[in-house]
Design a protein around this ligand. Structure first.
Ligand SMILES: Cc1cc2nc3c(=O)[nH]c(=O)nc-3n(C[C@H](O)[C@H](O)[C@H](O)COP(=O)(O)OP(=O)(O)OC[C@H]3O[C@@H](n4cnc5c(N)ncnc54)[C@H](O)[C@@H]3O)c2cc1C
Length: 485
C-alpha cells in the first residue's frame, strides 16, 4: 500500500491529510508528522493576545481526530529528508525526532512513496537581536505567545488606569518580515481594547512596519472599485489610522530591541530609536531547519531548499528585476523539480520573489515585505496537492497533476479591528488574483470587480463565524469538506 507522509499539521498539512484520507479511504497509509500535539487556528491568536479568547478556544488535540480518521500521527519533528533513499533501498525516507513526551529522545526513519512538506515558517526571532518573548518584545504567532502578550497588555492597562502614560508599539520586527496583516489586526484589537477599558487617552499606539505605504500588506497594495470610483488600500487604511488615532512609522527595519527601546533604520538610511512600554513585533519567517541528503550521503540541502530555507518547487527562481516579474514565475503544482514524489505547500514552499516592490536603503538594508501566504491559499494548495497524489496513487504516475497557482487564485481575508458582538469591526478584503497580472488587468494588476475592501461590524461577525466553522472543519466533523478552504 502506498504511504504518504505529511510534514506539518498546520493549515496546509492538516488540510492535505483530511482530503487524502477522504479520497483514498483505506487505499493508502497517511502519516502526519508534527512537533505539536495541538492544532491551532492561528488567525484567532489575535483575540487570545488581547485576552478575549483563551488558548483552549483556538487549539485542540490532533491525536483523537487522526485516530478517528485512520491517519497515522507522529508527534515529532522532521530533521532530514533522504529523497533518494539509502544505498540499499531507493525508497525516500525522512528522519524524525520525537517530541512526544512519552517517546522523548527517540528517532525514526519514516519511508514514503509521496512526501508533502507543509512545515510552515520558522519564527526567526534570532534575525533581530532582542526580538521576541525570549528577548524584549512579545509575539502572537503561537497561542502560547499570544497568552503572554495578553498578560503583558493587562499590566499596561493597569498602569494606564493608574494614570500613567504608556507607548504601545505593534508591527514587524525586521525589514524582511511578512504577515503585516496580522500586525495590523493586533494593532486595532489593542486600540479597541484600550478604548473599551476607558484608558485610550493616555496611550500612544504606534504601528511600526516595513511597508512602503499603509495598506501594502505585502501584496503591493490593492485598488478597489467602490461606488463607481477607484480607491486604494493606502487611502482606505490611512483613513482608519486617522480615525483611530494610531501613529504609523513605515519603511522601517528593526535592527535591535533593547529593554524599552527599539532601534530602527528607515528606507532613506537614517537611524532612529523609539521608546516603548509594550511591544508586539512579529518575527521574519524562514524555512524550518531541515537537511537533505542524497543516497550516497552527500548533503543536497541547497538543491532541495532555497537559501531562505523554503522548499524549491515548480516556480521560476531565476533572479530578475521587479519590472520583469510575471504571474508565470509562481508555482502551479507545488512539485519539487528534482523529485517528482515530493511537494511543498503553504508557507513551506519557496516563493520565486516578493509581491511588493523590493526596496533597499542606501546602507543596503532590505526594507520591503516578503510575500504572504495566508490561510486560504495555504488550504487550497494542501487540498490540490492531496488530490494530485490521490489520483497518482489510483491511476499511476502519469496521472496529470492538479494546479493552484497563486496567480490564478483569489484570496479572502478578514482582518479583525476589534472584538465585540455589538462594537466589534473587521476589514473584509478580497483580491483576485493574489499575484498581480498587469497584462490581463492593466494598472493595478488585479480585477477591480473582484478586489474589494469593506470595514464594519458585519466583518467581525463573519470573522467570528469563520473561527467556529474552520475549527469545526479542522476537527473533521460531519460534512467538513463542504466548507471551502
Ligand atoms: C498572528 C497571525 C494571524 C494570522 N491571521 C490570518 C488571517 O486572519 N487570515 C489568514 O488567511 N491568514 C492568517 N495568518 C496566516 C496563516 O496563519 C498562515 O497562512 C497559515 O498558518 C499557513 O499554513 P501552513 O500550513 O503553511 O503553516 P502553519 O499553519 O504554520 O503550520 C506549520 C506546521 O508545521 C509544523 N512543523 C514545524 N516544523 C516542523 C518540522 N520540522 N517537522 C514537522 N512539522 C513541523 C508546525 O508544528 C505546524 O503544525 C495569520 C498568521 C499569524 C502569525
Amino acid at each position: 500500500m502506498a504511504r504518504v507522509v505529511i510534514l506539518g499539521a498546520g493549515i496546509s498539512g492538516h488540510t492535505a491529510a483530511r482530503h487524502l484520507q477522504r479520497h483514498l479511504k483505506k487505499g493508502a497509509e497517511i502519516i502526519v508528522v508534527s512537533p505539536n500535539s495541538n492544532w491551532n487556528w492561528i488567525p484567532s491568536n489575535i483575540w487570545v493576545g488581547v485576552g478575549k479568547m483563551t488558548k483552549d478556544q483556538v487549539t485542540f488535540p490532533l491525536a483523537p481526530i487522526y485516530k478517528r480518521k485512520h491517519i497515522g500521527f507522529r508527534q515529532a519533528k522532521a530533521v532530514a529528508i533522504h529523497p533518494e533513499g539509502s544505498p540499499d533501498n531507493p525508497q525516500g525516507f525522512v528522519d524524525i525526532d520525537y517530541t512526544d513526551p512519552t517517546r522523548s529522545g527517540q528517532e525514526e526513519q519514516l519511508t514514503y512513496d509521496y512526501l508533502i512538506v507543509a512545515t510552515g515558517p520558522k519564527l526567526n526571532f534570532a534575525a533581530t537581536p532582542g526580538l521576541g518573548p525570549d528577548g524584549n518584545s512579545w509575539s502572537v504567532c503561537t497561542a502560547g505567545h499570544a497568552e503572554q502578550s495578553a498578560a503583558a497588555l493587562e499590566t499596561i492597562i493597569e498602569a494606564l488606569k493608574a494614570g500613567e502614560r504608556k507607548t504601545l508599539v505593534i508591527g514587524v520586527g525586521h525589514g524582511t518580515c511578512t504577515c503585516e496583516g496580522a500586525a495590523f489586526e493586533y494593532t486595532f484589537n489593542v486600540e479597541h481594547e484600550l478604548r473599551e477599558r476607558g484608558v485610550r487617552e493616555l496611550a500612544d499606539v504606534v504601528y511600526l512596519s516595513n511597508e512602503y505605504d499603509l495598506g501594502d500588506l505585502g501584496v503591493g497594495g490593492m485598488t478597489f472599485a467602490q461606488n463607481g470610483f477607484e480607491t486604494s488600500s493606502k487611502m482606505w487604511t490611512e483613513s482608519l489610522f486617522r480615525e483611530r488615532g494610531v501613529r504609523a512609522i513605515l519603511r522601517a527595519h528593526v535592527e535591535k530591541v533593547d529593554p524599552g527601546v527599539i532601534h530602527y533604520e528607515e528606507l532613506d538610511g537614517s537611524k532612529h530609536t523609539l521608546d516603548f512600554d509594550f511591544a508586539m513585533l512579529l518575527p521574519p519567517f524562514r524555512g524550518v531547519d531541515m537537511k537533505a541528503y542524497a543516497n550516497n550521503g552527500d548533503d543536497i540541502t541547497d538543491d532541495l531548499f532555497a537559501p531562505n530555507g523554503f522548499l524549491r518547487v515548480d516556480a521560476d527562481y531565476a533572479a530578475k528585476p521587479f519590472e520583469e516579474w510575471t504571474p508565470e514565475d509562481w508555482p502551479k503544482t507545488y512539485q519539487c523539480p528534482r523529485y517528482a514524489n515530493v511537494f511543498g505547500v503553504g508557507i513551506a514552499f519557496a516563493p520565486p520573489h516578493a509581491i511588493s516592490e523590493p526596496r533597499k536603503s542606501p546602507n543596503g538594508t532590505i526594507i520591503s515585505p516578503a510575500p504572504p501566504r495566508t490561510g486560504m491559499p495555504s488550504g487550497v494548495m494542501g487540498r490540490t496537492v492531496a488530490l494530485s497524489i490521490a489520483e497518482r496513487i489510483r491511476h499511476g504516475d502519469q496521472a496529470p497533476l492538479r494546479t493552484a497557482s497563486m496567480a490564478a487564485m483569489g484570496a479572502a481575508c478578514i482582518a479583525s479591528a476589534g472584538t465585540g458582538l455589538r462594537k466589534g469591526s473587521a476589514a473584509a478584503i478580497t483580491m483576485y488574483p493574489i499575484i498581480p497580472d498587469r497584462k490581463r488587468f492593466p494598472g493595478s494588476g488585479r480585477d477591480l470587480t473582484q478586489t474589494s475592501g469593506e470595514i464594519g461590524l458585519s466583518g467581525h461577525w463573519t470573522k467570528l463565524l469563520l473561527h467556529y466553522l474552520f475549527i469545526y472543519k479542522a476537527k473533521a466533523r460531519f460534512g467538513w469538506f463542504m466548507i471551502p478552504e
